[in-house]
Each structure stands twice: as C-alpha cells, then as structure tokens.
Design a protein around this ligand. Structure first.
Ligand code: DX5
Ligand code: ZN
Length: 225
C-alpha cells in the first residue's frame, strides 16, 4: 500500500470508540488538526463480539467533517453483506476478521474491486501463519492485541511475537502489507511494538483519556525516533 511510502512511520490511528460521543464533532476536529494519520473506526455487531458500537450511518456523518483516511475495522459476522454500504459511508480501508470469513480470498477481491484497501484482522488466538498463502493479496493485517469488543484493555504481550513472524512473512513474500496493532497501546509499550515491526498503531484510551490528546498523538508519532 503506497500509504507507507508517503506517510512518516509509525502511522497513528486514534480509535473513535473512546471518543466523547456527545462531543463527537469536537473530537473529530481534534484528530483532523493532530499529527494522526487515520481515523480507526470500530464496528461491532453483538454477535462476533460481545458489544455493539456504531455502523455505517454514523460513519457517513463523520465523513462530512473528517479529513483523514477512514480505517474501518469490522467486528461482525458475514461482513461481505455490507462491503458496498461501508464504501458508500466513506471507508478507505476495510478490515474483516479472519475468524468471520469463510471465503477470505473472495472477500478481499470484493473489497478491492470497490476501490478500498483490504485488511484482515486476527484475534489473539489465531496464528499468523494461516495468512501465508494469501499475504500478497492483503493490504493490511490488523493484529488484535486484546480480545476484540472493548477499549481500555491490557495489551497481550504474545502479540509482539506475532508481529515479528508476520514481518518475516511479508519480507519473504516481497509484499507491501501494512502491519497494524490494535488494543492496549500506550506510550510505554509503543516503542517495543514499533521495534517488533509494526507500521500502524491504533490507540483509543491512550489518546482520548490523555489530559492533552494532541500532545499524546504527537508523542506516539515520535516513537522509535
Ligand atoms: C477493540 C477495538 C479497538 C479499541 C482499542 O475491539 O478494536 O480498536 O478501540 O482501544 P484501546 O486503544 O483503548 O485498547
Ligand atoms: Zn479496532
């Protein structure tokens, strides 16, 4: 994906799940003027994960105000039913779960044919080697470093081994796949996450509960420098 060549690493993707929904416009403007690169948007259906968040109508409203890439993370069963609707709502990157996709190859082609980048997310128990035969078709792999469903959870340390293994796989295949990590990212653990080979950091709680979110994003952006 060319985004990695033009954007300074690491890519920072604040997760709107932790934003203040009574002041959503204000929080979107904050991300707009920050050093963040993407908006990370978590869609939950109460079936794939034990929580329900928001869907395409909220995303379409946000798109009117937001000025950065929409990185949409679908934590839903049968995601293929909704690709077109998420495209219409403004998704630039559409990530589906490996565990929710019976025909992953077909789904990735469908996402790309609609003009979006295609991502695959792995739950903490799903090994990265399962992507070996499809890695060159994937624009982004989202490693879940918590069990999906909620913000503010603790980072699972084994996720770092998954990032390292995935980095090796991507290099060996000569692929351009972006590695994104999602869940429990803090200013303290971000340096080793980036050192392991991660390109993009999702951060919800860490950004939106910070006394100064703009400053927090700035600090995350400088990790590894
Ligand atoms: C969890 C979501 C995450 C979540 C991350 O299921 O996929 O994107 O918002 O939140 P933090 O950064 O607070 O762990
Ligand atoms: Zn997410």
């Amino acid at each position: 994906m060319s985004a990695t060549k033009t954007i300074k690493m690491p890519i920072i993707a604040p997760s709107i799940l932790s934003a203040d929904f009574l002041n959503l416009g204000r929080d979107i403007e904050m991300v707009n003027k920050s050093e963040a690169d993407w908006f990370h948007l978590d869609v939950m259906d109460g079936r794939f994960v034990p929580n329900i968040s928001y869907g395409m109508s909220i995303i379409a409203q946000m798109k009117k105000l937001a000025t950065k890439t929409f990185d949409v993370h679908l934590m839903i069963v049968e995601p293929e039913k909704y690709f077109e609707e998420f495209k219409k709502a403004g998704a630039d990157i559409l990530t589906i779960h490996y565990e929710a996709s019976t025909h992953l190859h077909r789904s990735l082609q469908a996402i790309k044919s609609l003009g979006m980048k295609a991502g695959v997310s792995l739950n903490p128990h799903t090994p990265v080697h399962l992507l070996e035969n499809i890695i060159t078709d994937i624009d982004l792999v989202l490693i879940m470093s918590v069990n999906p469903g909620f913000g503010g959870q603790k980072f699972i340390p084994q996720s770092l081994d998954k990032v390292r293994a995935l980095r090796q796989m991507i290099t060996a295949a000569g692929a351009n796949t972006i590695i994104e990590i999602d869940g429990g990212v803090t200013l303290e653990n971000a340096p080793e996450i980036v050192a392991a080979g991660t390109d993009a950091l999702v951060a919800g709680n860490t950004v939106f509960t910070a006394p100064d979110p703009l400053e927090m994003i700035k600090k995350l952006k400088r990790v590894g420098k």
